[in-house]
Write a protein that binds this ligand. Structure first.
Ligand SMILES: NC(=O)c1ccc[n+]([C@@H]2O[C@H](COP(=O)([O-])OP(=O)(O)OC[C@H]3O[C@@H](n4cnc5c(N)ncnc54)[C@H](O)[C@@H]3O)[C@@H](O)[C@H]2O)c1
Ligand SMILES: [Zn+2]
Length: 366
């Protein structure tokens, strides 16, 4: 005898969240969080550098709120061990399913906190408060969360969209100069894939951006969130369109890994963007003057636009073959049709590029 049943799981329904952007928001945010999550109990996750920079104090203003301070800060702590420590701290504080996690920090804090929120008691809401140029432009919006294994980055992970995002551009005032500049590469990437007028805005306001002018930074944050938000809305789980956010990242990730992470993510992506530009020229999608414009803004940001001299391009090719999105050991590439527009023949946002073309470009970009 055989029985067959069918269970229909109701769909989650529409999820929406708001992004609030401003300069100097932090000290007035707590009452807003309390009001928005009246029935929830907050738990703050941050890291030691964000605390040292005074941002946790600015947010809490002496309030006694259970929290976890990641130490050491950075990628080194983005692992399952930190995830376990966070969750056990929440349990010991008698927190339950009515918790709201508040992530105050850069992309590593946001990724770990989002992941902890996704799995704690089968999922509690997370509020993202990004404090780096990278996190404000990229990681705080979009719902990708996770931690690394000893083998690869983001090996444990989940899509867990934030319940709200609060971006205080004033927190960027304390960020290290190299981190600050590298994170801005994601803003350049957004402009390149989606908005030529925004690219022009970045060119025109570069001095103010590097001077960390709050009003300009708030405008930059708004453009980034609009662009990333639109792409994520269209393709929340990265089936196709969302791949465009990987512009410059296929070569970029390989360069980052081949440098043994000496290069920051944004620095490696800058090289990846130039490589993509060279591929576009090879494939007749672009004229050299477009790449010149892009190279100029990256140079002004002070990020590298050529491969480090000691980097071996055969090793790079080898890493490219292991790209997680590779099909038959060769990834597809996101390319631009023009400034502000991704090349998407037949609706495909990542396209085939001959190995020879990529190898040729990697030889040239020195
Ligand atoms: N989820 C996503 O969609 C997504 C997208 C891109 C990157 N990421 C992830 O983001 C991570 C990188 O993020 P990141 O570059 O922000 O790194 P990070 O979080 O390590 O921050 C960089 C450094 O700056 C410090 N810091 C943060 N804010 C500060 C402030 N306001 N003042 C002074 N110091 C401050 C941190 O303690 C750290 O030492 C990577 O793990 C990457 O995988 C995730
Ligand atoms: Zn990136």
């Amino acid at each position: 005898m055989m029985h067959e049943l069918e269970i229909k799981v109701p769909s989650v329904g529409e999820r929406r969240y708001k992004i609030v952007i401003g300069a100097g928001l932090l000290p007035s945010l707590w009452p807003q969080i309390k009001a928005a999550f009246e029935t929830h109990r907050p738990f703050v996750i941050t890291d030691e550098n964000v605390v040292a920079a005074g941002h946790l104090d600015a947010l809490l203003a002496g309030r006694n709120v259970p929290s976890f301070v990641i130490s050491p800060a950075g990628e080194i702590s983005k692992n399952i061990g930190t995830g376990v420590a966070i969750i056990e701290t929440m349990e010991k504080a008698y927190l339950g399913r009515d918790t709201v996690v508040v992530a105050l920090g850069g992309g590593t804090v946001g990724d770990i906190a989002g992941f902890a929120a996704a799995v704690f008691k089968r999922g509690v809401p997370v509020v993202q408060m990004p404090t780096t140029t990278l996190a404000q432009a990229d990681s705080a919006v979009g719902g990708k969360t996770g931690v690394d294994s000893s083998v690869s980055k983001n090996a444990f992970g989940s899509f867990w969209h934030p319940a709200a995002v609060y971006i205080d551009v004033a927190t960027l005032a304390t960020l290290d100069e190299r981190q600050y500049r590298a994170g801005l590469v994601e803003s350049v990437k957004h402009a390149l894939i989606a908005d030529a007028a925004y690219f022009q805005y970045l060119e025109d306001n570069l001095d103010a951006i590097l001077g960390r002018d709050p009003a300009v930074l708030a405008t930059v944050a708004r453009h980034n969130c609009e662009i990333k938000g639109r792409v994520v809305e269209a393709d929340p789980n990265e089936r196709n369109q969302r791949r465009m956010l990987n512009y410059g990242h296929t070569i970029g990730h390989a360069v980052e890994s081949a440098s043994n992470y000496d290069l920051l993510h944004g620095e490696a992506v800058a090289i990846g963007i130039v490589a993509a530009g060279l591929i576009e020229i090879e494939m007749g999608l672009s004229e050299p003057d477009r790449l010149e414009r892009i190279r100029t803004i990256l140079e002004k940001l002070g990020v590298p636009v050529i491969l480090p001299a000691e980097m071996d391009e055969n090793r790079l090719i080898d890493i490219v073959k292991r790209d997680k999105k590779a099909i038959e050991r060769w990834p597809r590439f996101v390319l631009l049709a023009r400034l502000g527009q991704v090349h998407h023949p037949d609706g495909q946002f990542a396209v085939e590029v001959d190995r020879k073309v990529v190898e040729g470009v990697l030889k040239k970009i020195k």
